[in-house]
Design a protein. Structure first.
Length: 455
């Protein structure tokens, strides 16, 4: 038997053990054997104990390796020899005690062999079931005995069991928590005080738990931050898309409105335009009558504005009906109204009864009316010139209105000139209000400068 497992150097124990402990258990208690093996090998000794010299030797950082027969023994026909060698190389023996272990010859032989090596003081026990010394207690059921005979009695110097009983160090899982019992065994193995080990282990576990919670909280914050960033990015992208769609919708509305106002009028729109002219004509006559009677809620500028709106509507209707000369005549009339409107507003501003903004508005309206009249005259001249030049197979392109220097660009559809040659113009003696008479594909009306809404 190899007894060179430890050496005595100047009164201190120097450990040369291959295994810190040997776990002996019955195969019926395999669960507890595996649990104890895992707990002991994963235990981290508190730093305050590491490298301290105790009666068990120098305190290590870890208790590993721990021997467990089904874990450590190789496939061999001579298991007894392998177990004997493992016992010789183990500093402590831990017996998993239960009625099954008490009746197991194998467990009893392992305890007896370990004690015969002179290490009876290094035998520890963990009670997982049964009752210790049940065979010695009156009134107890002997079948509940959890200690094997070799654990209950001392060993003679010749290796035989004596009649003298012994009380092994054996925390019981029936009396305490499993982790609490585990710490009691570890304190016995390390040779340190249990209370101090318990407190330090408790603080270490709290620190580990705080660290784990901190890391978990950090990971959770990162995940939440990523989710919030993703939601924000998605919300911003959705908002941008909706804004783009809204801007496009508004642009489409403006384009459609401009094309409807300045583009080619359909034949069914002529009746609507005629009714609008009739309405403006009635409004002009009503304002004119109120000015004549000296009504206090109107002034001469209101009459000029009503006349300007009526003349502009007449010009639009005449142009739709291809009566270009009548349209120009109506625009001349609209320019005259705009001129008078400006003069009246200028006098009102000088008299302090009107604001300067109204004067600027009147001036802009006057300028737009003149510009529209000039454009219409030039377009009519081009139309008549093209109609007269019958021998020309392909007429040169007429410049667009929007290309004239100094002129503001027209809305969409208004700059698509030259229009097709118009039918002969009617007599200039026809009235300003034109009755609907539709020709095929009339050219679009130049943009009238309707600055200011209807009053």
């Amino acid at each position: 038997m190899n007894q060179a497992a430890a050496e005595q150097v100047e009164g201190l124990v120097v450990s040369n053990w291959k295994y810190k402990a040997f776990i002996s258990y019955s195969h019926h208690d395999k669960f507890w054997g595996k649990w104890l093996h895992r707990k002991l090998e994963s235990f981290r000794v508190p730093r305050a104990f590491v490298d301290q010299m105790t009666h068990s030797g120098n305190v290590p950082k870890r208790l590993a390796p721990i021997f467990r027969d089904f874990e450590e023994l190789p496939t061999s026909s001579d298991l007894s020899k392998a177990i004997q060698e493992a016992l010789e190389q183990s500093q402590f023996l831990i017996v998993v005690c239960s009625p099954h272990a008490a009746s197991s010859n194998w467990v009893n032989e392992e305890v007896l062999a370990f004690k015969r090596m002179g290490r009876a003081d290094r035998v520890l026990a963990l009670i997982v079931d049964g009752e210790p010394h049940a065979t010695d207690k009156t009134g107890s059921d002997p079948s509940l005995e959890c200690f094997p005979p070799a654990l209950r009695f001392q060993v003679h110097s010749d290796g035989s069991l004596s009649d003298s009983g012994t009380e092994p160090f054996a925390p019981s899982l029936k009396e305490m928590d499993a982790d609490y019992a585990k710490l009691k065994l570890i304190a016995g193995i390390l040779g340190v005080g249990f209370d101090e080990l318990y407190q330090r282990d408790r603080r270490a576990r709290r620190r580990r738990m705080a660290f784990i919670l901190g890391v978990s909280a950090l990971i959770l914050l990162v995940i939440l931050g990523s989710l919030l960033w993703g939601w924000r990015s998605q919300w911003v992208a959705t908002e941008q898309r909706l804004n783009a769609q809204m801007h496009q919708f508004k642009a489409d509305q403006v384009t459609a409105a401009a094309e409807k106002l300045w583009g080619d009028f359909q034949k069914e729109e002529v009746d609507t335009l005629s009714r609008h002219v009739e309405f403006l004509d009635g409004q002009y006559k009503e304002v004119k009558a109120m000015v004549s009677y000296g009504a206090g809620n109107v002034d001469p500028s209101d009459l000029q504005m009503a006349g300007y709106q009526l003349a502009t509507a007449n010009a639009k209707l005449a142009w739709v009906n291809a009566s270009h000369e009548d349209s120009i005549e109506a625009l001349e009339e609209a320019a005259g109204f705009a001129e008078k409107f400006f003069e009246i507003k200028r006098m009102m501003v000088l008299a302090g009864v009107a604001h300067h903004d109204e004067l600027y508005r009147a001036e802009s309206q006057q300028r737009d009316a003149r510009l529209m009249l000039s454009r219409s005259r030039r377009i009519l001249s081009q139309i008549l010139s093209q109609a007269a030049d019958e021998e020309t197979v392909e007429s040169p392109p007429v410049p667009s209105l929007s290309e004239e220097p100094g002129m503001a660009p027209l809305p969409p559809g208004a700059a698509d000139w030259p229009p097709a040659p118009a039918s002969p113009a009617p007599s200039p003696n026809e009235p300003a209000v034109i009755s609907p008479k539709v020709t095929s594909d009339p050219p679009p009306m130049p943009a009238p400068a309707e600055i200011g809404d209807e009053h």
